[in-house]
Design a protein around this ligand. Structure first.
Ligand code: C2E
Ligand code: CA
Ligand code: CA
Ligand code: CA
Length: 279
C-alpha cells in the first residue's frame, strides 16, 4: 500500500512538471514568434445582407508554428494575455490589419470596414488609444474604416481608465463593437454609458436558428434593443441559408460566417474582393 502511494505520488509529480515544461516552452516560443515572423492575420468577410456583397472583414490572428502547423488563437491568446505578450502581439495585429484594410479600401471602395479584436488586457494595461492613434497616423488610414471589437467581459471592468480609453478611441474617429454579445453577463446600463457603435450577436444564438424558439426570441430581442439604442448589428457564425433568411427578415444588415467565407490569408481575401465586383 505504501509503495502504491509512492508510485502514485511520483506519477502525479511527473505529469505536473511535464505540463509546466510544455507551458514554459510554449511561452518561450510565443515570445519569439513575432520576431521570427510566425504570426499571421487572416480575414473573414462581412456581408451586406441586402446586396450579398462583401463590405468589410474581421481580422483573426493565427500562429504558423514551425512544427505544429497553424495554431488557432484560442490556443495561444490566453497565454499571451497571462504573460502580457498580448500587448506587442495585439499592436502588431492592429498594425497589419489597418494597413492592409487601408490598401483594400482604396482599391475597392465598397470595402468599408476592418474589425479588429482587442483584448481587455490591452485596454486595461496600456494607453491603448495612444497606440491606435500611432497606427492610424503611420498608415495614413481613415479612422472611420476601423472598428475595434471588445468582448462583453471587458466592459464589466468598468473602471475610469476603461471609460476614458473608450472616449479617447471615439474621439479618434474609430468605431467600437461589442463582441460575443449576450454571453458575458454585462449590465445593459453599460451600453448606455459607453460610446459604442455596434453589437455582434454571438454565434451561440445564431447556431440553432430558426428552429430553436428561445434562440429566435433572444436574437430578435437583441436586434430590437440594439437598433433602438442606435447600434448597428452584425450576426456572426452564419452557416445556413435558413439562418440567413431569419436574419434578413429581422432586418439585420450585416452577417459573417462559413456560409459566405472562411477566414483566409490576405492574398486570398483580395481575390474574394476582386470577385465581389463582378457579382
Ligand atoms: P471571435 O472574435 O468571436 O471570432 C469569431 C470566431 O468564429 C473565429 O474563430 C472564426 O473563425 C469563427 N467563425 C467564423 N464564422 C464561423 C461559422 O460560421 N461557424 C463557426 N463554427 N465558427 C465561425 P478563430 O479565428 O479561431 O478565433 C477565435 C477567437 O480568438 C476570436 O473569437 C477572438 O476572440 C480571438 N482572436 C482572434 N484574433 C485575435 C486578435 O488579433 N486579438 C485578440 N485579442 N483576440 C483574437
Ligand atoms: Ca471578434
Ligand atoms: Ca465573436
Ligand atoms: Ca466567440
Amino acid at each position: 500500500v505504501k509503495n502504491n502511494g509512492k508510485n502514485h505520488h511520483l506519477f502525479y509529480d511527473a505529469s505536473l512538471s511535464r505540463d509546466a515544461v510544455e507551458h514554459f516552452q510554449m511561452e518561450t516560443e510565443l515570445r519569439q514568434a513575432l520576431s521570427r515572423q510566425q504570426l499571421r492575420v487572416f480575414y473573414q468577410a462581412q456581408i451586406d445582407l441586402n446586396t450579398g456583397l462583401i463590405v468589410g472583414a474581421e481580422a483573426l490572428i493565427r500562429w504558423q508554428h514551425p512544427t505544429q502547423g497553424l495554431i488557432p488563437p484560442g490556443k495561444f491568446i490566453p497565454l499571451a494575455e497571462e504573460t502580457g505578450l498580448i500587448l506587442s502581439i495585439g499592436e502588431w495585429a492592429l498594425t497589419q490589419a489597418v494597413s492592409q484594410a487601408n490598401e483594400w479600401h482604396h482599391l475597392h471602395p465598397e470595402f468599408k470596414k476592418i474589425a479588429i479584436n482587442v483584448s481587455g488586457v490591452q485596454i486595461m494595461k496600456s494607453q491603448f488609444a495612444d497606440t491606435v492613434y500611432g497606427v492610424l497616423v503611420d498608415s495614413n488610414c481613415d479612422p472611420s474604416i476601423v472598428e475595434l471589437e471588445i468582448t462583453e467581459s471587458t466592459l464589466m471592468q468598468h473602471t475610469q481608465h476603461v471609460v476614458n480609453t473608450f472616449n479617447q478611441l471615439k474621439q479618434l474617429g474609430v468605431s467600437i463593437a461589442i463582441d460575443d454579445f449576450g454571453t458575458g453577463y454585462s449590465s445593459l446600463s453599460h451600453l448606455k454609458r459607453l460610446p459604442l457603435d455596434q453589437i455582434k450577436i454571438d454565434r451561440s444564438f445564431v447556431k440553432d436558428l430558426p428552429d430553436d424558439k428561445d434562440d429566435a426570441a433572444i436574437t430578435s430581442a437583441i436586434y430590437a434593443m440594439a437598433t433602438q439604442l442606435g447600434f448597428t448589428v452584425v450576426a456572426e457564425g452564419v452557416e445556413t441559408e435558413e439562418q440567413e433568411k431569419f436574419l434578413q427578415r429581422l432586418g439585420c444588415q450585416t452577417a459573417q460566417g462559413y456560409l459566405y467565407a472562411y477566414p483566409v490569408s490576405a492574398d486570398a481575401f483580395l481575390q474574394l474582393l476582386e470577385l465581389n465586383n463582378q457579382r
